[in-house]
Design a protein around this ligand. Sequence first.
Ligand code: FES
Ligand SMILES: [Fe+2]
Length: 450
Amino acid sequence: MIRRIIDESAFLKLKEKMAEGLLPQWVLTDPDIYQLEKEKIFGYTWQFLAHESELPEPGSYLTRWMVDDPVLLVRTKNNEIKAFLNSCTHRGTQLCTADRGNKKSFTCPYHGWSYNLEGELIGIVAGNKVYGTEMHKEDWGLRKIPQVAIYQGMIFGNMDPNAEPLEDYLGEMKWYLDMMLGRSDGGMEVRGLPQRWVAKANWKATAENFTADPYHVQTTHRSTVELGISPEDPLYAGYGHQVVTKNGHGINVITSATGKARVPFQGTPESMWPMYKKNLTPEQVDILSRVTVFVGGVYPNLSFVSPIHGTEGHLHNYLNFRLWRPLGPDIVEVWCWFMIDKAAPEDYKEAAYRGYLGSFGPSGTLEQDDTELWARIVEVSGGLMMRDKELNYNSVSNYLMGFNRVEPDPTFPGPGKAYPTTYLDALARSMHEKWLELITKDLFVKEDMK
Ligand code: FES
Ligand SMILES: [Fe+2]
């Protein structure tokens, strides 16, 4: 598989640069790299599809995507969640085009074949007359997504039937997901539909921005300081710990200069605190009681943020999930979910939802700050001088913050490597190391590339 620009020596050079904490910028928008990513990253890793609360009852369905593969998710009559390729087995037409709804069966708009909630073909227009006895309906059911698994209500799919189980893939990250998604009785629920929009950006840059880069906050989102929402101290988003877990997953636990949050338990109603203490370990309760913002991600393309918003007396917290669905090397479809504790009081949920709409989401102030910068990265990444030639010493992105200098803090109570600052590139480097490991797997069968 030798391609136009990417040959073995280019990859070896890439590996060398990355070992020095440098990522050549051309890899962001290179079309050949993008093809490799689709095949070797998205073809083999667990990808977030939906939250269980989006499929509330038997017959509920959702249409989603795993990059370019269309997915139809359904809750069956037996309350099981199943995922199929959303493509009719007759001529391949997209079967269901609605975002969500409730149905007993799905009928293809082209020639009228229909399928039940189990994905079985149950109706062929004029079946016996046109196909006779040669056609066996049981052979023509919808194709299943090879693996589907749920953790803390989060539904993931995997195109690789041999991929490691979801829980193994998540590893230590489960401890942190439990803290956010499993803290209250009944877990989290999605409110409204996930918003989605298209941005000029590369999926690696957006994932890294959200998951691993609190350093950008004090400059990119400077307007929040000017409005008095964020502190003047330029280090304010750097206090706390950056935790790196395996497989490119990780989380930033941002606290404050004193190590405590502005308010206990992220400003959630006091009536909910006993639930946290009941459902979590003392170590998780300790972190949750003093965190200001959790922000992190599950590799490759899911990020999350759990902030405190509002003013004194009207503070609220929610969980925002982000899926960066690549549509090309320089274009991303952003999927954005608002999630909140099912057990929270209704008026609190509504206030938190309004706070979210004003900050994240396509009309939110914070969102527009980031979108503009993502576009500026891809716009300058495709030129000839960005190529990894000897001439261009500046064609790399720098991931050196804390490199070989900041050591993990052994007193941090959670699993993973926890570094005592979030102004750090450790998690970004881990994400890009996972990226290189995946795209080069079996690409050149040679000892030194393993
Ligand atoms: S393509 Fe679906 S019935 Fe023909
Ligand atoms: Fe941002």
